[in-house]
Design a protein around this ligand. Sequence first.
Ligand code: TYD
Length: 140
Amino acid sequence: MKLDGNEKESSIIESSALGDERGYLTVIEGQNTVPFDIKRVFYIYGTLPDIRRGFHAHYKTRQALISVSGNCKVYLDNTKRKMDVLLDSPTKMLILEPNDWHEMYDFSPDCVLLVLASHLYDSEDYIRDYDKFIKVYSQR
Ligand code: TYD
């Protein structure tokens, strides 16, 4: 599958908590808050604390990850830098670029990890083999 030419870096976006005596509300808008049109939404929950999931990168899909409840960590590797990000607030959003190999771990029992994606699900858009990931992305 062809790469989409996107060479952007992953980033953290902080949203506002619109709070009043009734509680809080946080808004995410495609193209405005998130730098892409949202085509798909899924959420990961009920993950045991010793489980690590993900272990892939993409050719095209960009994603925004928000831990809307509880917390978890995300390990990122784009072949040039490796880092760990703690998602511990419903106002904190991690933008993952296609070339971010990612692994999610250390899920709290109440963690609900919301994922907004730029493309519909397509198993062909996944790179699940780490050596292949390095081959595809390291010469860029
Ligand atoms: P998987 O990619 O293994 O999850 P993770 O990246 O968290 O390790 O996805 C689990 C299952 O769900 C797998 O059978 C593929 C399926 N799936 C869909 O059908 N649609 C989707 O949008 C996603 C993300 C997964």
